[in-house]
Design a binder for this molecule. Sequence first.
Ligand code: GLN
Length: 569
Amino acid sequence: MYNRRLLRRFKRAIIPSVLISRETGECALHEERMGSVTKFIFCTGGVVSSVGKGVAAASIARILKSRGISVSIQKLDPYLNVDAGTMSPYQHGEVFVTEDGSETDLDLGHYERFIDENLTSSSNVTTGQVYSAVIASERRGDYLGSTVQIIPHITDEIKRRVHQVAHESGAEVVIVEVGGTVGDIEGLPFIEALRQIRSDIGRENVLYGHVTLLPRLAVTGELKTKPTQHSVKELRGMGIQPDFILLRSDTYLSDGIRAKVSLFCDVDESAVVPLVSASTMYEVPLIMENAGLGDLIVERFGLSAAKPNLEQWRKIVERIKNPARQVQIALVGKYVELVDAYMSVREALYHAGAHHDVGVDIRWVESDLLEGGESDPLAGVDGIVVPGGFGYRGVEGKIQAAQHAREHGIPYLGLCLGLQMMVIEFARSVAGLEGANSTEFDPQTPHPLIDFLPEQRQVFDKGGTMRLGSYPCHLVPGTRAREAYGQEEVRERHRHRFEFNNQYRQNLTSKGLAVSGVLEEGDLVEIVELEDHPWMLATQFHPEFKSRPNRPHPLFCAFLSAAIGRSGK
Ligand code: GLN
């Protein structure tokens, strides 16, 4: 089997104590790992937040995958929320939902889109999860009288979760991004855990990458390196010397700047990688590869890897950057000033655009503006998307948008709340059900077209309690949905508490609203479409989460195709 002495040493020194099974004393990881240890790339950020660390981490994963290396990826979020589900899009952008129904940071969306693989709840760890687990262990008495401390108990729990991704995915390289900026109080235990992993598993198995911003002084046009130097100094103060630095900037930087950062931060010049703002985020892996980052990582890890194959990726980028023509799509939302709030919807539109070789020009329309019946903001658009949402503000404007699309034959795609808006509008205007509404917005409505899912009535906690994650959806033959997907059954991701009230189904379907997708168990309405309309379809799920640049979502493709058809008229 394996060498016991070596295993004991491995257990003691390599694997955090928490990885060792309490019943058997055996470690789940050791046998697999004895031969080949997973390599880790830890990405931190400095200078400012929102510098594009998520896209950088995802791009690293992409360039490695393009060399035939298996990868997985994880985000460590230092905030105290247990998951992103309870956070407002104002604070944190979109909540991304995985197949297994975890509500995660939007960076997981970048990861899935860049590596084209489904991730699980293990790929997003928050301080809230770590502390909850440690405190639960303490209450059970697992620590046998020890004083429970940040080091080693919190850091061990963090390390356990980092190793878990390696274990579950079996990937050769795991990229781990730490949210926030180096120096944040909340981030310290994470940075410390990542520092320890290097000595746990050996220097040759860990690389640290640091992403910073080079601000540009408007007066002189100069790019400044001082903030980068300071953040590297801060990182070093925590015991981490970066192996490579990714320099984000808005303008091209000279070799002189690269040399300067190399000198002051003690990083090889070849490991100082300039990342000039790209017109599409999908270009970042190409920029990294050109700058030699793929070679550097493979070399440092001593991996045997194939030559990078980014041909398909390059073609997609080319199509996104230089489309044959444009279509204009209105995205009617509540948070239009915050593009991040609808990240996956935007990206799914771009993917479908690349598929059809059209550029998607998104007109962000604030739903409040449509509230008074005003349809000017929608004038001239080729298609309308009403995405997901919560709370009453802006709802009437979204209903107006659905009405405008229906009455003017404009292609419409409703996503979750967008389905509910389409159904309510149809009930009010076509079926004559005055005051029809969702009980989310009007608990006293005479016509609760949209009502609680049965299991949601007794739910009081807000966190992680919606209908979440992947469910099967059966597609009805002869419908647009069935035609778009080209198959009988699909699985799609959900995040909602309310649903179509089947009591109204007969009434609405007799007036031209077709139910084209259902969850057979419970007979839940998952997709509706209008029979008498060029293309008006809405889903109770969120197809946007499954769209990938190389595998655009069929419903987004079908919607855009209708929009293109309209724009050509
Ligand atoms: N607020 C609605 C519900 O809970 C829609 C949710 C959504 O759009 N994700 O059902």
